[in-house]
Design a protein around this ligand. Structure first.
Ligand SMILES: *Cc1c(COP(=O)(O)O)cnc(C)c1O
Length: 424
């Protein structure tokens, strides 16, 4: 156990006091149960004892929490690794997206084309800026935007196209979408939240458009519990992104501390072999408050109070460590995907398309199943011994916003499940 001093603030939330011993015990039991079920938890798969050591060290000494030297190192390391001239770290990919929207000068009166199979925080980022969204259909080879749908929906006010590389697959119409945007004078924003490290023609995805975002949320390719990055190769956009990033606040100490403690909780409760024993101990020591990346207000489209925040030093230190491991973990994801390919072929499922000259990362392995198999998640545990991921349950996951005119997205909502590619 580390010897971090109790925090000055937020201690009621994070550390059990005598009066709440009972509640803490109940919660420890809950975490104990989660630990027992840890093999079915598809999050924080890349956390190791090395990350725990880093989190503990930062919990012990707070002197450098408010500097930005580690953040600048992290941005630099990410930029180099990603082959991007400029990178800026935020407390989430959605915030990186908001900074990109700002840098691109998008605002009220403008319209953006977005896949009708996305995450609510993506749509929120545009709405927060007053930008109108027009949903376009996806294709079912890689779940990316269908260029024909995009072409038919470009209007007078369209300023940008958001393309994504879902599940870590490089999207099928990548070249065509970039060419279309160039020919029509539209900006390209790449959502690489699932695809950090994927390559197309030897370059990492995210470098073909104007700006791109990456996520290090705990269910994504690499993990700082929450975190995100924006990149660009355009010096003018980089200046604007830098100004935005540096104008935003650091999270408060309580938020940073909670995030560091979540590294310990996730590791000891979800990953460690002896989680049955260690999870209750770590929970009693560090509290149970799990950091949720998306709160209920945000799900309904509200702007969280702490939204405009850039990344802090302790979290950047975790990011640097995760970056050291990312190529190895992505290799093992690709190897598991090969096994899922064989399984899919043997069972008559359609396999996801890896477009020529691309190297996907396979954050998850997507497959279309009968709708009843998507609704009933238990079969995968029973038949395959794995937990089924169901991104995305709705068109604008997990919000129930109505999206019309996207028949392929309708199919994906009804039938697309995903299988884990990092197995315990
Ligand atoms: C998770 C996710 C995001 C947002 O990432 P955060 O780091 O959680 O803000 C954006 N787009 C897609 C497709 C995602 O799955």
């Amino acid at each position: 156990m580390d010897s971090a001093r109790p925090p000055a603030v937020d201690s009621a939330q994070l550390r059990p006091r005598a009066a709440s011993v009972l509640a803490t015990s109940a919660k420890a039991l809950y975490w104990y149960a989660r630990g027992v079920r840890k093999r079915t938890q598809p999050v924080s798969m890349t956390l190791g004892i090395d990350d725990v050591r880093i989190a503990r060290a930062w919990l012990r000494t707070r002197t450098d929490w408010h500097g930005d030297d580690v953040v600048l190192d992290y941005e630099d390391a990410f930029a180099r690794w990603n082959g991007s001239p400029f990178a800026f770290a935020f407390t989430g990919a959605r915030k990186a997206l908001s900074a990109c929207i700002d840098a691109l000068g998008l605002g009220p009166g403008d319209e953006v084309l977005v896949p009708g199979f996305t995450c609510v925080v993506v749509s929120n980022a545009f709405r927060h800026a007053g930008v109108d969204i027009r949903y376009c259909d996806i294709e079912l080879d890689t779940y990316g935007l269908d260029v024909r749908s995009v072409e038919s929906r470009i209007g007078e006010r369209t300023r940008a196209i958001l393309i994504h590389h879902l599940f870590g697959l490089v999207c099928r119409d990548y070249d065509a979408l970039v060419a279309l945007a160039r020919s029509r004078g539209l900006r390209i924003i790449e959502d690489c939240a699932h695809a950090t490290g994927a390559r197309y023609r030897g370059r990492r995805v995210g470098n073909a458009g104007d700006v791109a975002i990456y996520s290090s949320e705990r269910s994504k390719v690499f993990n700082t519990i929450v975190g995100g990055m924006a990149v660009t190769s355009d010096p003018a956009l980089a200046d604007r992104l830098r100004r935005t990033a540096h104008g935003w606040d650091l999270p408060d100490d309580a938020a940073i501390e909670r995030q560091l403690r979540n590294v310990l909780l996730d590791y000891y409760c979800l990953r460690h072999e002896m989680s049955q024993v260690l999870c209750p101990l770590v929970t009693a020591r560090h509290g149970w408050a799990r950091l949720e990346s998306t709160g209920p207000g945000e799900l309904r489209g509200r702007l969280p109070a702490d939204y405009c925040t850039r990344m802090s030093n302790p979290i950047a230190a975790l990011g640097l460590n995760q970056l050291r491991k990312i190529d190895t973990t992505n290799d093992s994801r690709r190897r598991t995907a090969q096994r899922w390919n064989r399984w899919a072929i043997d069972n008559g499922y359609r396999i996801p398309v890896v477009i020529p000259d691309s190297e996907p990362v396979f954050l998850r392995y997507p497959v279309l199943v009968a709708p009843e198999r998507k609704r009933d998640r238990t079969w995968a545990a029973r038949e395959l011994g794995i937990s089924l991921g169901v991104w995305f349950l709705t068109h604008v996951h997990p919000a129930d916003e109505v999206v019309t005119g996207c028949p392929n997205a309708d199919v994906a909502v009804a039938s697309c499940v995903n299988l884990p590619t990092l197995l315990p």
